[in-house]
Structure formats: C-alpha cells, structure tokens
Design a protein around this ligand. Structure first.
Ligand code: GTP
Ligand code: MG
Length: 299
C-alpha cells in the first residue's frame, strides 16, 4: 500500500536580514550540517544557498541569502538582488536581527517585506549576548514596525531556541510534495561548497578590503577512487597585486595555512582524503566587470 501523503507539508523559507546577523549560522544549525560559510565580517555570503530539512511528514526548504545593504558595486548589487528575489514566492520569511543591537530604523528590510505576501517571523538572534531583561523592550520596539506572525529569540550559535523556531516554521508550511529526495541537504554542487570553504579561510585571515576582492574557483575536482582520495585544484582570484602578496604571505606561509585549514573542512564534508592545490591570480577590478562576475558565478 502506498503511504498516505495527504498530510505531508513542504515549503520554502527565506532567511533574510542585514549582513553579519547570523543567517548562515542559522541555516547550518537548522539543517544540522555546514552548508554555508560564516565569518565575523559582513558580506560573507554572496549567493543564495538552499538547505533542506526533511522529517517524517515535512520538508522545509531554507534559503540563506546575502545580507541586505546599500549596494554600490556590481558585485554588491548582485548580492542584494539575490536576497530580494529570494523573498518572492516563498511560504515564509525569517527576518533575522541581532539581540545586542537597537532596532535599525534605517533598515531596508521592512520595505522589502511590505512587497512580499508571505508571513514574516522575526528571529532575534545572538540571544547568548544579552541579558533577558533587554529583550522585552526590543520585542516591543520591533512589534511597532511590522505585523510579525511571531517573534522568536534564539542563539544560532549555541542552538538555544532553535527548536521553537522549527516548530513555528513547520506550522507555516502548506500541504505539499517531497521536492527533493529525503537524504539530500542542498542543491548547490560540492564544487561550490569547496570553493566557499577556501574563501572562508581567507575571510578569517585577512582584513580591510582584501576579503571583499576575493573570488575562488575550483578548476578541477578528480576522484581517485582506488586511493579514496579527491584531488582539487582551485584558483584564488584577487583584485590587486598587493592582495596577492598578502594571501601568499611571507615564504608562502599564509597560503599554506589557508590550504591546510580549508582541506580539513573539505575532508570532513566529503569523507575522504583531499589533496588541495591553490593558485593565486590577479584579476584587476573583477568585482566591477560583468564578464568576470559571470565567470565567477555572480550573475
Ligand atoms: N554570539 C553569537 N554569535 C553569532 C550567533 N550567530 C552567529 N554569530 C556570529 O555572527 C557572525 C556572523 O555570522 P554569519 O552566519 O556569517 O552571518 P550572516 O548573516 O550569514 O552574514 P552575511 O553572510 O555577511 O550576510 C559570525 O561570527 C558568527 O559566529 C549567535 O547566536 N551568537
Ligand atoms: Mg551569510
């Protein structure tokens, strides 16, 4: 007999908010696996990233997005457009804000929310950073600016409150099909996550304008099944000669550290040994070049 699927619920849930509020940390927490890279620098995420959570009677499709900000460069405009378009045609929007920041009256987010028909849950993240008594006035202030379906404080970092958010999300999913096989966690290719894991290590180790001018492309990905090994070659593209010097470091030390740390992450994800070779190339002003943006996957 076929299982009775009439009560199966599924739907898309966009995670939006300003840069650095913890959207990608939340996506990884909800899915229970590292799909999106995170860092303490704003504008870490550049693309939409789907995270799939499947239960016995539901499939929630979470969409992590780049932080919404006043974008000037073509790369930044691409990023904000990714977030904007993610809010269309979803069943629910999670607007993430930080518990340790005042209500941002200048925020571009409410304007975006007004255009969407989906209900909005306000998620007040980084609960671990504030005393409880600071929460009530914040909730009160947010309630004045938008009619939220719910307001949920949590810590994406330590997981406190994540269960309550999941319950709330499931309550908003309409009846729907299993969109993806139950064991699939994302729709982005492994190659993309590999490139992102390399970029993440650069974000963690560089500062000023260097991390913002980095793009990573995996040029080759060869599985050597006999040896249970994957051989990966990737190119780190930078905007200036001086940035190339910083990323390579004295005697190649910086590049070596980036490669080692990224390799550990990639091995964890793939479950096999990885041989990772990194190259650094200068592409002057690629963040403003339509052709290079397309080539690097930002179109
Ligand atoms: N203390 C604390 N830090 C958090 C929490 N959630 C995220 N962070 C930190 O906040 C920083 C930003 O997290 P991300 O998940 O990269 O933020 P994001 O919103 O995806 O940022 P963009 O991709 O740049 O828009 C990282 O240093 C995280 O470790 C939390 O609940 N508590
Ligand atoms: Mg992010």
């Amino acid at each position: 007999m076929l299982p009775d699927n009439s009560n199966f619920r599924s739907g898309f849930v966009a995670i939006i908010g300003r840069p650095n509020v913890g959207k990608s940390t939340l996506l990884n927490r909800l899915v229970g696996q590292k799909l999106a890279i995170t860092s303490n620098k704003p504008q870490t995420t550049r693309n939409r990233i789907l995270g799939i959570l499947t239960g016995d009677d539901y499939q929630a499709l979470f969409v992590d997005t780049p932080g919404i900000h006043a974008a000037k460069s073509p790369l930044n405009r691409f990023m904000v457009e990714q977030a904007r378009s993610a809010c269309l045609d979803v069943d629910l929007i999670l607007w993430l804000v930080e518990a340790d920041r005042p209500v941002d009256v200048e925020s571009l987010v409410p304007k975006l929310l007004e255009k969407s028909r989906a209900p909005v849950v306000l998620v007040i993240n980084k609960l671990d950073l504030v005393a409880r008594e600071r929460l009530l006035p914040l909730i009160d202030a947010y309630q004045r600016i938008f009619p939220f379906a719910a307001i949920i404080p949590l810590s994406a970092l330590n997981g406190e409150g994540a269960g309550a958010l999941l319950d709330e999300v499931l309550g908003h999913l309409p009846e729907g099909p299993l969109y993806f096989p139950a064991d699939q966690v994302t729709d982005v290719p492994e190659r993309f996550i590999v490139a992102e894991m390399i970029r993440e290590q650069i974000l963690h180790r560089t500062r000023d304008e260097v991390p913002y001018g980095v793009a990573v492309l995996v040029e080759s990905f060869q599985e050597e099944q006999m040896q249970n090994l994957v051989v990966i070659e990737a190119v780190i593209h930078v905007e200036r000669d001086s940035h190339k010097g910083i990323i390579i470091g004295r005697g190649g030390q910086m590049l070596k550290q980036i490669g080692q740390a990224a390799r550990h992450q990639i091995e964890r994800m793939l479950g096999v040994k990885v041989h990772l070779q990194l190259f650094v190339r200068v592409q002057k002003n690629w963040t403003a070049s339509g052709r290079l943006l397309r080539e690097f996957g930002y179109e």
